[in-house]
Design a binder for this molecule. Sequence first.
Ligand code: UDX
Length: 438
Amino acid sequence: MARICVVGLGYVGVVTGAIFAEMGHHVVAVDVIPEKVDALNAGESSIYEPGLDELLKDCVPARFNASMDMVAAVADSDITFLCVGTPSTTDGGQDTSYLEASSKSLGEAIAAKGEYHVVVVKSTVLPGTTDTLVKGGLEAAGITCGEDFGLAMNPEFLREGSAVQDAREPDRVVIGGFDQRSIDETAELYVGIGCPFVETDLRTAEMIKYASNSFLATKISFANELSRLCEAVGIDVYEVMDGIALDNRIKRSFLNAGMGFGGSCFPKDVRALVSLANSLNLDSALLSAVLDVNRSQPLHGVDLLEAANGTLAGKRIAILGLAFKGNTDDVRETRALPVAEELKKRGAVVVGYDPEAAENFKAMFPDIEIVGSIHEALTCANGCIIQAEWDEFRELSADDVDVMADKVVVDGRRIVEDVDGLEESGAIYIGIGLGSIE
Ligand code: UDX
């Protein structure tokens, strides 16, 4: 089994390290934030991810631990995965400052070790980043790519809320390499994972990641744009998507119309590709439109509420679900933010509930009353919008809405199971993309 170093204890680094440890490898993670290092060594993840705590309890400290000492970690390993964040810059480009800093310190650690070491970029980086910025940062320590170190690019395709499962059973493993040795030594770690392997060059591997996320985001915006058309012509977009998905060229996933896509990846990655195209004086009409639809879809949800409620000024409106999706506490780019901002702009009093993400949302948007249950959120409310796919919102019942002053429910994720029960109780149920012929 291999000795692996993982740089960056975000959700990619923690999950990647834990799965490699579960496979029997020895993993040491490095981070510059002591709290993250301490949490990992205590067998706790600083993120909410189903199944991760159990996984860490099994492998920490025997096969997985963390430190702040890059030199020691590299000396005790043969291959290092760079899993640091590449957030958006204000103009939509990618912030590579963490990657630059970690590449430089990793290069120094490899130089100090004096033995061949493979560097694998797992961070999401634009095509042309690994073979310039990362390679340059490493070689600044006086080491040479292909001789002193190998260089590969191995993108992750983990979804928050199912990252452990996605890492255990990936659809494919993509490995781009500076040379064949880099590819081979990276591929060896995945022996036993029964899925297709894609071996390619560094830039193609980088682009596969962006193209994958951008296409999934495109599917979502397609469904969202169709949702408005379907509402207008009195049909259900979900039935339409079920119908088109039977074409084996299309398939059903990521065609759920809703409030739009959030998270730390889709918005960032589509913006980054648009920014790259613009920097190359290339048109990006389609990807720009994907972002435009994503900006307007949450406002459409508020429009639906206003259409049923009349003016929203002075009304008490509940947002059920503040995370960017169910099963996570992550509020990055959550569509609940534009929903809350638009409700405030139209004069509503906003109350929010989320099983896990409420405090994170409050920190981002203080002008909201946060409560601890559906009951509190709906009490005396004049309407509500379901924004994230938590199971307790799927089970929304007549009893739940009975405490509302006006029983108006906008199902922004089309997850409510007992719509008939709500309607029989006198509630007005409005499903995104669900038109009705008067
Ligand atoms: C995504 C990609 O799925 C993953 O492969 C990549 O590695 C990281 O980005 P993630 O952002 O964690 O994963 O969550 P995902 O489940 O993809 O959902 C992203 C957003 O799209 C959420 O806001 C979700 O509510 C929304 N979504 C998803 C839809 O609106 N409709 C859908 O049909 C699916």
